[in-house]
Write a protein that binds this ligand. Sequence first.
Ligand SMILES: [Zn+2]
Ligand SMILES: [Zn+2]
Length: 187
Amino acid sequence: MKCPKCSQAELSDREISPGLTAKHCIECKGQWLPADHYETWKAQHGSFIPPEIPMGLNIEFGRSDLDTRAALCPECSRYLSRAKVKIKTPFFVDRCPQCGGIWCDYGEWEALTQLGLNTCIERLFEPKWQDQIRQKQQLRSEHEAMIEKMGVDLADRLFALADDLAEHPHGEYALAYLMRKVVYKNE
Ligand SMILES: [Zn+2]
Ligand SMILES: [Zn+2]
């Protein structure tokens, strides 16, 4: 089996996590996870429930030069589809729409492991999951911008207040009060 990305080397077996053997490329250091290997390994993890949203989104990660290169499945020659993992240094995971095999460029398996996504890679290819991640990241950057503008203390109080008001049946009443105080400067 030839490497789908650099097409130079024959892939060879390598254990990348206990109990999971991938097809490793010694040239580009990427790895192919045949669907059956991956599924068997996942089944051994028992009743693992994948996280709804990946945690620790800001891990540092040295992306491979081959990351954005289109490739064909080394098993059935279909074009691999790509799913973006939007961490600070975003990268793409490739997956064959036919056989379900997965390609990780150099460092990507380790990054997925750190993100807690290595046991649910196929979910990255679901639009709904990508939407959830997008929403979560929007919230995160909104929070960061708020802290930058207001300072940590005031931002924390604001977040707590916003949560309370969102829950409260008369939250809008408090909001109108804040508008008068803050925007119209009415005493
Ligand atoms: Zn290669
Ligand atoms: Zn395939």
